[in-house]
Ligand binder design. Structure first.
Ligand SMILES: [Ca+2]
Length: 483
């Protein structure tokens, strides 16, 4: 009750400040909490040690789970193109859902811009994957900004937002890893805000653990000594053609997938996450040392998940749990500590939550729903269902227990009982005893399509062959980017 009382008190204060007439914008804003938004790239929900992964080391994220509230069932709505990250970030930043957002955010307002209008100093470092025009509209300042593309993290081209608000290329020190430079920029920004008297929003978005997964050598050595096991739902080959079997991310390993290859990919993935965790730790230490931690809300999340051997897949261009389920932790003044909730939510619910916490109104078109009622303990549930979509190839819906995935191009359905089968290994769609569940979930999926403006028919009159023949497929030698 103590924590809830503190939160309610904080909220009343925030509302009072926001409502106070005649107060200068800067004066009102100075009493608003800062926001430190930590946003990783392609990080599966199950890659934090404190949340149950005994094969990975993430001490700083572990600490954050103890200091805040973990949302254990947070989802990406999906992707309109192979570069799922682009759709994810567009939804996050605008608060719009998949079929209402433009991937380049052209003409669509963003949440960070609303924070700037309310008197916040806004700053970005790390990956931006929407258009430059939308970047400059969204943030006041930025350093070590990575505008997409991909390659050696020691050589990535970086940019800054100049004082006259233009994007300018940035000279980078030799031999420094990009993720370290992002953390350096965030640390510098936080230190500079100590005496500014203005609230701030720092958006720290390392392009990590996205491939190529190149961490400093010692991190790879650590995991190569003890390679993680393959996931329970490992398969050598996906059992049917989901429409996106040979896209670039799927070509990162040969077919059939082997346990040895998957374990090496996981070792590299975990190495990169542990390295990033340390860089996040540097940013969090700088925040604490600056004396601003007590007035800063910290968010940690990722833009999408990844397969890495689950179901015979490697990428994020599918709707299994590993691809659409992300970590989410919120910590800070008034947020319950060491708490976990399984309320179903979307990534695009995060900024509306921050908006309610700070008294800032969302941009036009923002559809996300604030998680504050969950944080305040007023309710244990947030959304009844989660609807996910990938191009025209796949549609899915889950509720508290059941999940349906539809593959319209091949007229295929999968039905999973997530309560007994969280790894989605036992398809019940063909079982007569579950015909009622299949019909109910299909109706739910169609209702969600209607609610979110999705026009795709779930059944094709001329279905493609469902078999996936990999005999002529070869892995990429030098994979080109697909962010
Ligand atoms: Ca991503």
């Amino acid at each position: 009750m103590k924590v809830r009382s503190a939160l309610i008190g904080f909220l009343l204060l925030a509302v009072a400040i926001a409502a106070a007439p005649g107060q200068s914008a800067a004066g009102a804003a100075s009493r608003h909490p800062n926001i430190l938004f930590l946003f990783s790239d392609d990080q599966r929900f199950d890659t934090i040690a404190a949340l149950g992964n005994t094969h990975i080391r993430t001490p700083n994220l572990d600490r954050l789970t103890r200091e805040g509230t973990v949302f254990s069932r947070t989802y990406l709505m999906g992707g309109a193109l192979g570069a799922v990250c682009v759709s994810s970030r567009a939804m996050l930043l605008s608060g719009r859902s998949l079929f209402h957002v433009k991937d380049n955010l052209a003409g669509q307002d963003t949440w960070p811009a609303q924070f700037a209008k309310a008197g916040y100093t806004t700053f970005i470092t790390g990956k931006w994957h929407n258009q430059e025009e939308a970047l400059l509209r969204s943030f006041d300042s930025g350093k070590s900004v990575f505008m997409g593309g991909m390659g050696d993290p020691y050589k990535l081209g970086l940019a800054a937002i100049s004082p006259d608000h233009k994007l300018v290329s940035q000279i980078r020190p030799k031999g420094e890893h990009s993720v370290k430079l992002f953390a350096d920029a965030a640390v510098e920004f936080i230190q500079q805000q100590e005496s500014s008297g203005k609230p701030w929003l720092c958006y720290f978005a390392p392009n990590c653990p996205h491939d190529p997964r190149v961490a400093p050598t010692r991190y790879h050595a650590e995991y190569n000594r003890h390679k993680p096991p393959v996931p329970p739902n490992f398969l050598p080959v996906h059992p049917f053609d989901n429409g996106e079997m040979t896209i670039r991310d799927e070509q990162l390993a040969p077919w059939p997938r082997t346990e040895e290859v998957v374990r090496q990919h996981l070792a590299d993935y975990y190495s990169y996450i542990t390295f990033m965790d340390e860089q996040i730790g540097r940013v969090l230490t700088a925040l604490r040392k600056s004396g601003q931690a007590e007035n800063t809300i910290i968010v940690f999340a990722s833009d999408n998940g990844l397969a890495i051997g689950s179901h015979g897949l490697f990428g994020k261009q599918n709707l299994y749990d590993h691809a659409t389920h992300e970590p989410l932790i919120i910590a800070g003044p008034g947020i319950p500590r060491g708490t976990r909730t399984d309320a179903l939510c979307y990534l695009f619910d995060i900024f509306p939550t921050l908006g309610e916490l700070t008294g800032i109104t969302g941009p036009a078109g923002s559809e996300g729903r604030s998680l504050l009622p969950v944080l305040k303990g007023k309710t244990a549930t947030h959304r009844e269902t989660i609807f996910t979509a990938y191009r025209t190839f796949q549609r899915a819906v889950r509720d508290d227990r059941w999940k349906l995935i539809a593959y319209p191009l091949i007229n295929k359905r999968q039905l999973f009982d997530l309560a007994t089968d969280p790894f989605e290994m036992h398809d019940l769609a063909g079982e007569a005893t579950h015909a009622g569940d299949l019909a109910r979930l299909t109706a739910t999926l169609q209702a969600e399509q209607g609610a979110f403006g999705d026009q795709v028919a779930l059944t094709s009159e001329t279905p493609r062959p469902a078999e996936f023949n990999y005999s002529n497929e070869k892995p990429l030698k030098n994979p080109q980017p697909l962010e």
